[in-house]
Design a protein around this ligand. Structure first.
Ligand code: ADP
Ligand code: MG
Length: 356
């Protein structure tokens, strides 16, 4: 991971801006009929349909959102695209087009950019999204990435954050906290490496959490299974900032509260084991760690029989009445308010928990 990837280095100035854009975008595949014109003109042309258009955008700054000393550019490209596709998924929509704007300094070579675009294109191929444009410019230092994704959905299919109802079941797909442990692992190995470059990073046996951090996927499979079972979520969000903060978005916007059962929060065993190694309560990784890109949604209680049969969907609690609190019910049955300061209490008990 720390090998010198710049063995071959072509300066960006050798190509010039237009040469660079052409080089990076020459083999782009178009998957959607609605894309009438992609890269190459003053604007992309997209045919409007009778569907609603969804628009999402994200900005990523080197040193703030990613650290290239341990995060490979190819993975960064993949993840940056996936994070935006996931926002479209969280509206119950389908991503169709993406634009990618970058600002970069002369520290970056053509080969580095090629890696980034390889990752981007891999995500576009997998999710059948068309890369239709962007902008390329210089920065004094560091890499800046701005991505916009257009998606579509039928008006009646769109699921918002502000429409959870009292009594709805709160559900989450997959498992939580793994991506955060992957990040802790990468940061730990970076520190070891900085202290002694002779020591090779020890990432063995941690494929799962690393994959969750470096190559996240979008849960379109969950949307599909919900559709097949005729379940229409009443509200939905993708978990990018951790369960605690994302469930609060649903609660605040829906003006409701919720109860989440600690022992129902799905955490993979590899995540738990590694969390213990980091002297951290696994639950804290699930609540406060980000980047899982799982779906958090509510369904009417009437759907209980159907939803409980679906593997990879977990019922973790329910929505409570208007303007009530968001709470976590611990295994001992204690209700803890689910807000940022509330976590200090838990974090302080975690060493006790781990020493038990
Ligand atoms: P303009 O000067 O009209 O903004 P540009 O030279 O910036 O045009 O871009 C030319 C074409 O290349 C446009 O279609 C634009 O969307 C596309 N493009 C520019 N930069 C990127 C990029 N980083 N990734 C993908 N497409 C890009
Ligand atoms: Mg431009």
């Amino acid at each position: 991971m720390y090998e010198d990837r710049s063995a071959k280095r072509t300066e960006l100035t050798q190509l010039g801006e237009f040469g660079l854009i052409e080089h990076l975008t020459k083999d782009i595949k178009i998957y959607n009929d609605s894309t009438l014109k992609g890269v190459g003109d003053d604007a992309a042309v997209i045919e409007a349909s009778d569907m609603m258009t969804l628009v999402t955008t994200d900005m990523m700054i080197e040193g703030v959102h990613f650290d290239l000393s341990y995060f490979p550019l190819k993975h960064l490209g993949y993840k940056a695209a996936v994070a935006n596709f996931s926002d479209i998924a969280a509206m119950n929509g389908t991503p169709k087009q993406i634009t990618v704007s970058i600002a970069l300094s002369n520290r970056f070579s053509l080969e580095a950019l090629e890696e980034f675009y390889e990752g981007l294109k891999l995500a576009c191929d997998k999710y059948k999204v068309d890369l239709v444009g962007g902008d390329t410019t210089t920065s004094l230092s560091g890499l800046f990435i701005s991505i916009t994704v257009l998606g579509e959905a039928k008006k009646e299919d769109i699921v918002y954050r502000n429409t959870a109802k009292e009594g709805d079941l709160l559900c989450v797909s997959g498992n939580l906290g793994a991506a955060y442990l992957g990040l802790l692992l990468l940061e730990r190995e970076k520190m070891v490496f900085q202290t002694n470059p002779e020591i090779q990073p020890d990432l063995e046996g941690h494929d799962y959490v690393l994959q969750r951090q470096m190559k996240p996927e979008v849960r379109f499979d969950i949307l599909q299974v919900l559709k097949e079972n005729n379940i229409h979520p009443t509200s939905m969000i993708d978990i990018s900032d951790g369960l605690a903060s994302d469930v609060l978005h649903i609660c605040k916007q829906s003006k409701k509260g919720c109860s989440i059962y600690e022992d129902k929060v799905p955490i993979d065993v590899t995540t738990s084991l590694l969390a213990e190694e980091f002297k951290m309560l696994p639950l804290v990784a699930a609540l406060n760690g980000g980047d899982d890109y799982e779906l958090l949604f509510t369904v009417p209680l009437l759907d209980f029989e159907k939803i409980k049969e679906i593997k990879s969907i977990h019922i973790i609690g329910y929505i409570t009445e208007d303007n009530s609190d968001a709470t976590l019910i611990t295994q001992q049955g204690t209700a803890i308010p689910l807000n940022a300061p509330g976590w200090d209490a838990l974090i302080n008990t975690d060493s006790n928990y781990l020493n038990n």
